[in-house]
Design a protein around this ligand. Structure first.
Ligand code: NAP
Length: 285
């Protein structure tokens, strides 16, 4: 019987996950389909009932359900628990298991960026500044800390950055700092996890202040590698500025790909056809 997977999100229409996963299923000859599960927060309980009654084999979880889904799951792995968010659910004989693959996708994408710079991809000992303090900032910071990277966190609501720094410092038994708002920070890696670009028209002049100041190549020169989690627009103002400053850029679809590759492997138990999934994503973009 055809297995059913999908993405739980609201809204879900913009998601590129269906093209990526369906291309993977097709390549491996797996009888499965990946669809959109567009559900509002108040529809979450009914959706989980549907997953159990219809035997939906697994699903990705995106905004705004990554934290709230946890209460409905039977088991959650340690990394997802520590991050406080689930982006992947596997239904194993009616038992719902929650995972987080965002941190894996982020680490893989960043590591490849260093390989492109002629390095070995090892990130231990490097310094990273993570912009944002939402769910994806937690996943990115967590992944970097697992690799032994020194992490600084900066967010316009500084109290949220402070809270993550305190929590993860305790968890990893290391020092983590939040960056003052008037400080641009410095390091090897700069990652934008904020959704700042989504809230204004690309044709407009860039506002001044906060994340937008990083779009000045003068400030970006302090970094070796810049990643932006946003992949629509494909070249965010930050990626444009980094490219202009000749800094290695990692665009958001790379993290999307590798978090999806891990999801695919959790669901199917098969090695994911990475290049086919990458090709499907690039075509859709
Ligand atoms: P979230 O929990 O809502 O957090 C959003 C963050 O953006 C907060 O830190 C918020 O700051 C900040 N922010 C929003 N507008 C801003 C602005 N104009 N200026 C400065 N900061 C601003 O969202 P999330 O789950 O972390 O996701 C963030 C983005 O990453 C989303 O667009 C998502 O699609 C993308 N994402 C991509 C991937 C991938 O694979 N490429 C994976 C996960 C997420 P405050 O705390 O001050 O409000």
């Amino acid at each position: 019987m055809k297995k059913k997977y999908g993405i739980l999100a609201y809204p879900a229409g913009h998601s590129l996950s269906p093209v990526m996963h369906n291309a993977g299923f097709k390549k491996l000859g797996i009888d499965a389909e990946y669809v959109l599960f567009e559900r509002k927060p108040e529809e979450l309980a009914a959706f989980v009932t549907e997953v159990r009654s219809e035997g939906i084999a697994g699903f990705s979880v995106s905004i705004p359900h990554k934290e709230s889904i946890i209460a409905y799951l039977d088991q959650i792995d340690d990394d997802a628990f520590n991050i406080g968010a689930v982006n992947t659910v596997v239904n194993r004989d009616g038992v719902l298991h929650g995972y987080n693959t965002d941190w894996i996708g982020s680490n893989q994408a960043l590591s490849e960026g260093f390989i492109n710079l002629g390095q070995d991809g090892e990130m231990k000992g490097k310094i990273a500044v993570v912009l944002g303090a939402g769910g994806s900032a937690r996943a990115v910071a967590y992944g970097l800390l697992k690799e032994g990277v020194h992490v600084w966190i900066k967010n316009r609501n500084k109290a949220k950055a402070d809270a993550i720094a305190i929590e993860f410092a305790e968890l990893f038994k290391t020092e983590i700092h939040s960056v003052p708002l008037d400080d641009m920070g410095t390091g090897d890696i700069l990652v934008n996890t904020t959704s700042a670009w989504l809230n204004y028209e690309l044709s407009e002049e860039l506002p001044v202040g906060g994340v937008f100041d990083y779009c000045d190549p003068v400030y970006l020169k302090a970094y070796q590698l810049v990643m932006d989690l946003i992949y629509k627009p494909f070249n965010t103002p930050l990626i444009d500025a980094a490219a202009e400053a000749n800094i290695e850029c990692v665009t958001g679809e790379n993290m999307l790909l590798y978090q999806g590759v891990k999801q695919f492997e959790l669901w199917t138990g098969e090695k994911a056809p990475v290049e086919v999934m990458r090709g499907a994503l690039e075509k859709a973009l």
